[in-house]
Design a protein around this ligand. Structure first.
Ligand code: GN1
Ligand code: MG
Length: 364
């Protein structure tokens, strides 16, 4: 644990303007630790400890982020945009090395400018979903011609075949004896029959009919910043920005936005997949993601099912492994999350024909 004095010393290693007034926790991410640095200068800042147990190559991770944010910044300037510091994240260099992170050899830290007068939401209405669809499509479109090579910050992060294998390994190892729970066996029997169908993306990739593009890969609702009037400012949480299938961004947004309840709400009878959110988001996305191939476009309903499925598999594997990956607030947290995502998966699956019809109608 770092003391307030340690945090202050870490913050001071970065080229921030003004005096630090205080440093306090911010947000509710499941992986990194995030704090806000309040200053008496023109800007406040965000201080983050990057979880290097999960992101093993922080140098590569910051390389991806630096390349992407600079590329987007150039595009915004060329397009004559104003207020650019609220439309793309700006990471602050560490004074000694000029790099956008600092490490003591064990922990990794970075600082970005805090975006003023911006809001994040845990839930969104159809109107905001439409804007979010447009924003993620535009984000991917802006990164389509990035000249740099970006690497996978977590190799095979959204590879369903790998996630399915990790679940099977967890089951086989049964490290903490949770396979003895009847409910765990039931969930496993519920999930396994869909495995092959859900691994379709990897097969299409091998067949050469599905490309990888630079995607955000963590398009949860709360990773979008809105201004006070509901306009999208920018996309945050860029750690998982990497080559992936467009299904990642489309599917992960809907996983959080189209669910009637939060991903860890235990009242699974309340879980449903909201079609109005799907329709609004898909409409926005199809308008700005003009680069989509027919295979990508026609499989967007599959993406809407894949992500609850993949997240169920990931939460479930973590529960079976004894909760080593996701932060938990109580012992059954990962099991509760799993139940919720399994219910969402089934709800989305039942709406595939309606989703397909909508996509067909709105494709040009
Ligand atoms: C993690 O860091 P956070 O909370 O934004 C996870 C996502 C999951 C999400 C589930 C690097 O995101 O993939 O979808 O939790 N990020 C990583 O809430 O594993
Ligand atoms: Mg996040």
């Amino acid at each position: 644990m770092k003391t307030p004095q340690d945090l202050r010393e870490i913050a001071l290693k970065f080229d921030i303007k003004g005096n630090i007034l205080d440093i306090k926790p911010l947000g509710n991410g499941l992986i990194n630790d995030t704090l806000k640095i309040k200053t008496d200068g023109p800007d406040d800042y965000v201080l983050q400890r990057v979880n290097n147990a999960i992101f093993k190559d922080v140098e590569l991770l910051q390389h991806n982020i630096d390349c992407a944010t600079e590329h987007i910044r150039r595009k915004l300037i060329a397009a004559g945009e104003t207020d650019i510091d609220r439309k793309v994240l700006r990471f602050v260099p560490e004074k000694a090395t000029g790099k956008t992170y600092w490490t003591d050899g064990e922990t990794f830290w970075r600082v970005s400018v805090f975006i003023k007068d911006a809001f994040t939401y845990e839930t969104v209405n159809p109107e905001y979903s439409y804007y979010a669809g447009k924003a993620f499509g535009a984000f991917e479109a802006m990164l389509a011609d990035i000249p740099d090579t970006l690497g996978e910050t977590i190799p095979d992060f959204h590879n369903m075949e790998l996630r399915a294998r990790q679940l099977r390994e967890a089951v086989a190892e049964d490290k903490v004896g949770r396979m003895a729970e009847k409910e765990v066996q039931d969930i496993l029997s519920d999930l396994l029959p869909y495995e092959e169908e859900m691994c379709k993306a990897e097969r299409m990739y091998r067949e050469g009919i599905l490309p990888k593009r630079i995607c955000h890969c963590d398009t949860k609702v709360n990773n979008m910043m809105f201004d006070k009037d509901g306009n999208i400012l920018c996309v945050i949480d860029l750690d998982t920005l990497m080559p992936s299938f467009v299904f990642s961004d489309f599917g992960d947004f809907l996983r959080t936005a189209a669910n009637t309840v939060a991903e860890d709400n235990p009242a699974i009878e309340k879980v449903d997949f909201k079609m109005d959110i799907f329709e609004a988001f898909a409409r926005g996305y199809l308008e700005s993601a003009t680069f989509l191939t027919p295979v990508e476009r026609d499989n967007l309903p599959y993406a809407a099912c894949l992500f609850p499925y993949m997240q169920a598999v990931r939460f479930f594997a973590d529960y079976i492994n004894g909760d080593t990956y996701y932060k938990i607030k109580y012992p059954e947290h990962n099991l509760v999350r799993t139940r919720n995502q399994v219910a969402l998966f089934h709800a989305a699956m039942s709406k595939v024909p309606a989703m397909q019809e909508f996509i067909k109608k709105h494709s040009i």
